[in-house]
Write a protein that binds this ligand. Structure first.
Ligand code: DGJ
Length: 795
């Protein structure tokens, strides 16, 4: 519900309240963002807006008064005013700054959320409500609309700004952030996700002090290095943490997949704000007379259950209101991807052998990764030539795809649509389509250049090529990769069109979104998995189209524990694509038990990246069993809540839990393919225990409290899959004495029934042996041990 009360606007979604006010000079100011407070009266709002004046010594915005913007919490700061923090908005005319005085002129409250611009954005919903604040500087002939959308119980405010040039000459936008999150006290830590290729999203927590802290990407993607998600949590030793709201946490994210900047500033008055949006360093936009520019959406999350609660707020929100609804709650195919199995040495014959093995194991989708097109025998050619290599597929890729389907599997292919190799037919025909400077040297990454997706003709050309392959092979799945960062960002197309080169990065990513839009419209049932050299573009913009993203090229299960743990702070488990891969790990050379690899990969969308012919660790029954376990967990992965119980960044004994009340989805579309997920109606939890390094001296905590459980009785047993157990028994009859790894661990622990109250407060016993022995508990012995325990409410 959104209400205007005097100069205040109160947005309340049932979970949170967000309150703003119109300040003395007409600038929108911030009042409150936190737990919902329904039915506030005008005098309550006046009370909340009351604060100690601190403007002595500042420049005054209104002559003859003490009013300055310097000590205010501003909703959308503008360049050149009495607020000296970096502005959200700055504009120029003929190289001269425009000193805008944007003042409130009116508002609209709109029921429902409509698609308001091209590209990714939170989804239409008749139950959402939006507040549009109209601001204008009549003298400068500029209008700005600030929009705030809330979704019922979403605990999230969706912000964006639309800037319109009303003058009869062009203006240049140099800064157009999406929004600001204001917090009125200090003592906060900023958490963000930092990394590199194969080490994506490591948790960084920094104490904020007066000044500015920045996370940003300039690579042309949201990047391996920084993720647009960030969060504020109370610092445990700050004086502010004694103020009774220790568990208040805020989060921000941006529905954008290119260069971004998020900065946390604390000014001289101790006011903290996080501003986020398109990176101004690589942005500039010409606003022609009467033209508007609308920023991507910024998501502002709030939780009163700390960082872990915040992760559930943002996960639910993204699932319910942003991620591709065709797939978000849908059973996902378990894929076998050929990359680590054969890399570039693929041919029809070895792939078919692999596929036959895969079919025996119950794998749903066979994915041919890189190397199937042009003459690509290595990573130095053929990008842009999206037609099958006849040497590798002499009977044709369509015939090959038919054979895959006749084995009962779907067919999937890898594409890297945004790239061009110099050694390609496309480059021979259209060298001007490559992004590179008109003269001089240019950089090459993985022997490839970037295609100029700011040019609609290029996007259309690649779309047509992809359509041909999708249709001839009846494709079910695409892995959309993007393997290099963008350097020397010069577009011949923009030069020809007399558009500024500073528009390139924005136009490029909207070209990417345009291709996604065309593909998802033309082939709504083709699942597109996002990927950028692993997880280099893991953000809400991509998730709008791709319901899952390849989390990292690093499939070493020990490293993955950290990468997945941190990624799931920001994104739902159902977006993390995790595969069991080659042994020893191709990235680190480390060895693991297959159990450990599986129990790490199972918390996400499960699959394989494995040479099943050469890898003798698994029998088909093992794989069928693992897939059965995934299917048992899948409804909880798609609908449940994830709990980060012990961090792999801090402990040798990390633990996570997935809880599903058996009733969600409230909002999932009811289609036949979703129906299996509402069968259970039974409360369920899966707890993942890990022992990365065995240590006699580890700080032994024998039990793990499970705060999400209710009273009543829970049946506790190691994760098993009906079908796989049956299969094990069948196999044992044929082959007595042969035990699979799954059945071994299952025997280590007898099922038992324990009261929820006890598990909630005292905790579930951990399967760890430190010194001595544990009764009726599977024991971890050695490094890299794992176990998933299933809990079912039985009364
Ligand atoms: C990078 C991806 O992240 C890998 O999974 C694989 O698809 C390769 N590219 C193929 O070139």
């Amino acid at each position: 519900m959104i209400r205007q009360q005097g100069r205040f606007f109160h947005l309340c979604d049932g979970a949170i309240s967000y309150i703003l006010e119109i300040l003395d000079d007409g600038t929108p100011g911030h009042v409150y963002f936190g737990a919902a407070m329904a039915d506030l009266e005008l005098e309550d709002l006046e009370y909340m807006a009351r604060r100690c004046g601190k403007s002595t010594g500042t420049v005054k915005a209104i002559a003859g008064t003490s009013f300055s913007l310097a000590d205010q919490m501003l909703e959308y700061p503008v360049y050149g005013t009495t607020s000296f923090l970096e502005p959200a908005l700055a504009m120029e005319q003929e190289g001269m700054p425009l000193y805008l005085r944007l003042a409130y002129t009116g508002f609209e409250i709109r029921d429902g959320k409509e698609k308001s611009m091209p590209g990714p954005q939170t989804r239409p919903d008749p139950k959402a409500q939006s507040l549009i604040l109209h601001l204008a500087d009549r003298d400068a002939q500029v209008e700005v609309d600030l929009s705030y959308t809330i979704y019922m119980q979403g605990a999230t405010v969706v912000r964006s700004a639309k800037i319109t040039n009303l003058a009869n000459c062009p203006r240049n936008l140099t800064h157009a952030a999406s929004g600001v999150l204001n917090v009125r006290d200090t003592g906060w830590n900023w958490i963000h996700l930092n990394g590199s290729w194969a080490r994506e999203r490591q948790i960084v927590e920094q104490a904020l002090v007066p000044g500015t802290a920045v996370i940003e990407s300039l690579t042309g993607a949201s990047s391996h290095q920084c993720n647009p998600w960030n969060a504020l949590v109370k610092s445990p030793d700050s004086p502010a943490s004694c103020q009774g709201d220790n568990n208040l946490a805020y989060g921000c994210n941006l529905v954008y997949s290119s260069n971004f900047k998020a900065q946390a500033d604390i000014n001289e008055f101790g006011l903290l704000r996080v501003m986020e949006g398109i990176h101004p360093l690589t942005f500039g936009w010409t606003l022609q007379p009467l033209a508007s520019f609308q920023t991507p959406e910024m998501l502002l999350f709030c939780s009163i259950e700390g960082l872990d609660g915040l992760s559930r707020v943002s996960s639910r929100f993204l699932r319910d209101h942003l991620i591709n609804p065709n797939f978000v709650y849908k059973r996902r195919p378990v894929c076998l991807n050929s990359w680590e199995a054969v890399y570039f040495t693929l041919n029809e014959q070895n792939l078919l052998e692999l596929a036959r093995e895969a079919a025996k194991c119950g794998i749903d989708c066979f994915v041919v990764d890189d190397g199937w097109f042009g003459h690509r025998d290595l990573d130095n050619s053929s990008l842009g030539d999206w037609y099958p290599d006849q040497k590798k597929f002499p009977s044709g890729l369509d015939a090959f795809a038919r054979q895959i389907r006749s084995l009962g599997m779907q067919f999937g292919l890898w594409f890297e649509p945004e790239m061009i190799s110099e050694d390609s037919e496309l480059y021979g025909k259209h060298p001007q389509w490559a992004v590179k400077p008109p003269a001089g040297q240019y950089s090459v990454g993985r022997s490839q250049l970037v295609l100029d997706f700011s040019c609609p003709e290029v996007v259309e050309y690649i779309f047509r090529q992809m359509c041909q392959v999708i249709e001839s092979t009846k494709l079910s799945y695409i892995k959309w990769d993007m393997n290099r960062s963008i350097t020397e960002a010069y577009s011949q197309y923009l030069a020809q069109e007399k558009e500024g080169q500073k528009e390139f990065f924005y136009r490029y990513i909207y070209g990417v979104y345009a291709l996604y839009e065309k593909l998802t419209e033309a082939y709504p049932d083709v699942l597109i998995e996002g990927c950028a050299a692993g997880g280099g573009r893991f953000d809400p913009g991509i998730l709008y189209y791709s319901p899952q993203i390849w989390t990292s090229d690093n499939t070493d299960a020990f490293d993955r524990l950290k990468i997945q743990y941190a990624t799931s702070l920001a994104y739902p488990l159902s977006t993390l694509s995790n595969h069991i891969s080659q042994f020893p790990s191709h990235q680190t050379g480390r060895t693991f038990t297959s159990e450990f690899q599986k129990d790490v990969a199972l918390f996400g969308i499960f699959g394989y990246e494995l040479n099943l012919i050469e890898d003798h660790r698994f029998s088909p029954a093992d794989l069928t069993g693992q897939i059965g376990q995934y299917r048992q967990m899948e409804p909880a992965i798609l609908h449940g809540d994830f709990y980060h119980l012990a961090s792999p960044f801090a402990s040798n004994e990390p633990a996570v839990a997935l809880y599903w009340d058996g009733k969600r989805p409230q909002s999932a579309p009811k289609t036949a393919s979703n129906s299996h997920q509402v069968l259970s109606k039974q409360e369920q939890a899966f707890v993942g225990f890990y022992q990365t390094l065995s240590s006699l001296h580890s700080i032994y905590r024998p039990a793990l409290p499970l705060p999400f459980l209710a009273d009543g009785q829970y049946l506790i047993q190691p994760l098993q899959a009906q079908s796989s157990m049956q299969l094990h028994l069948d196999l044992e009859e044929e082959n007595p004495g042969k035990q699979t790894s799954d059945s071994q661990s299952a025997r280590n622990m007898e099922p038992e029934v324990i009261r929820g109250q006890l598990l909630r407060h005292d905790g579930l016993r951990k399967p760890v042996k430190n010194n001595g022995s544990n009764r009726n508990v599977a024991q971890f012995i050695g490094d890299f041990q794992a176990m998933i325990i299933e809990l079912k409410k039985i009364g």
